[in-house]
Design a protein around this ligand. Structure first.
Ligand code: SF4
Length: 433
């Protein structure tokens, strides 16, 4: 039997798709590309924006065209948020939410045998149990994403994730340690701890478990050379936390702190839990206490009520704190959120202008940040051949600068000392020492 997967959205979805794929392989399925004929199609959906839902529907009709008799399973955030809408889409056989993805093979086989539609969407706001969905054979042999947390209790006014992913739940710390040891024994050099709101790791566990404690334990596990943390809420970084992190040798000094806006009034309407002053101090403290720290972020432009004055405040703030990379998003009202119902929605053309302005600023800040490292040598974990220039390999420094280097052997999976020599747009060229 053939199975084909398509995955929309975040790293956690990518992780879960890889784990689900493994379960099909164990049941004897052959994995085929999504644009090929298959007996089963699985769409792991995202619902962070309206386009996420639209893309999911496009993937469903594509599967239907490729094989009208296939079993089509639609899982993840879109199914969790709108199970009726999804189950009413022609040709959908299995609807699973964001929990019980681990049972995907069982439900697909049931749907095939009974030729009945199956809708299994649990109440994630009540079900706070962390679903163990592990990857045993990682596709990527260099760095491994490890999902350690699910759910979010923050309810930012523009976001549906708490309704899709449910309440905060954390992976058993002993299971994390066990998996990290397995990854180390399989020669993984780098692991990335990820989740929906990893700053909340441990809130639901007995005892004083938190992300810092997990990082301290991983620090003593031999074989793993680098640990990264995924996108994280700025409020996690108290002075005490930063002090503890600064003593960790394996922790990569790259922190993706989602700011979303540089204006306090806008932050209030977003229901974000920090002020720009607090954010400024966190950035300063990270830079003072952690060498070569790279701080990157996400920014939403055109949030309802964002006047020219408010945008100017955001622009000035970002000009001042010079983050090394900014991902700029134009606000898109998400059905069912408070922000969707807010007055003073911003015109699309204005969003375009503001977005281009920030993208220009980002290019300037990123180049400035990378230029600080020219003529320095840094270790780079090479991942693969660099597709644009033959004979070059690409990888990342601990502070997440992309580096390409010429080589006469396959560098993939290896950590090499590199002298950084020339900044290009988005990466640095360096020589292997
Ligand atoms: S912190 Fe806010 S934006 Fe992030 S997942 Fe939670 S509710 Fe959404």
């Amino acid at each position: 039997m053939k199975v084909a997967f398509t995955t929309l959205g975040c790293r956690v979805n990518q992780y879960e798709s890889e784990a689900m794929t493994e379960k099909f392989i164990k049941e004897g399925y052959e994995v085929v590309p999504y644009d090929k004929y298959s007996d089963v199609y699985v769409i792991n959906t995202c619902s962070v924006t309206n386009t996420g839902d639209k893309k999911s529907r496009q993937m469903i009709s594509r599967a239907r065209r490729l094989n009208p008799d296939a079993v089509i399973a639609v899982v993840g955030c879109y199914s969790q948020i709108a199970p009726n809408e999804v189950s009413n889409i022609e040709g959908v056989d299995v609807v699973l939410g964001t929990r019980n993805k681990g049972e995907i093979v069982y439900w697909v086989n049931r749907a095939r045998e009974e030729r009945e539609q199956i809708v299994e969407v649990s109440d994630v706001l009540r079900n706070t149990e962390f679903e163990e969905l592990n990857i045993e054979e990682y596709q990527d042999k260099t760095r491994a994403f490890l999902k350690i947390q699910d759910g979010c209790n923050r309810f930012c006014s523009y976001c549906l994730i708490p309704f899709a992913r449910g309440a905060v739940c954390s992976k058993d710390p002993e299971k994390i340690v066990q998996e990290v040891k397995e990854l180390a024994s399989n020669n993984f050099k780098e692991i990335i701890l990820s989740g929906i709101h990893i700053a909340s790791y441990g809130l639901d566990l007995d005892g004083d478990w938190n992300l810092v404690k997990i990082l301290q334990i991983i620090e003593d596990i031999d074989g793993i050379e680098r640990v990264r943390i995924g996108s994280i809420d700025p409020t996690f970084f108290t002075e005490g936390v930063i002090e503890k992190l600064s003593s960790l040798k394996k922790l990569c000094p790259h922190f993706h702190l989602s700011l979303q806006s540089g204006c306090d009034e806008t932050l209030k309407r977003m229901n974000r839990r920090y002020t720009t002053e607090e954010y400024r101090n966190i950035v300063k403290s990270l830079r003072n206490n952690i060498n070569d720290a790279s701080i990157t972020t996400d920014i939403i432009v055109g949030f309802p009520g964002e006047t020219d004055e408010e945008f100017e405040i955001t622009y000035k703030f970002l000009e001042e704190i010079k983050l090394s990379k900014m991902h700029v998003f134009k606000f898109s009202p998400r059905k069912g959120t408070k922000a969707e119902k807010m007055s003073d929605q911003v015109d699309g053309k204005i969003k375009d202008i503001r977005s281009s302005k920030l993208i220009e600023l980002d290019k300037k800040n990123e180049m400035e940040f990378m230029n600080q490292f020219i003529n320095r040598s840094m270790n780079v974990l090479f991942e693969q051949e660099y597709s644009s220039i033959e004979g070059f390999y690409e990888g990342y420094t601990p502070n997440y600068i992309k580096v390409i280097s010429k080589a006469y052997q396959d560098l993939s999976g290896g950590i090499f000392e590199v002298r950084l020599s020339k900044v290009e747009e988005g990466y640095i060229i360096g020589e292997i020492l």
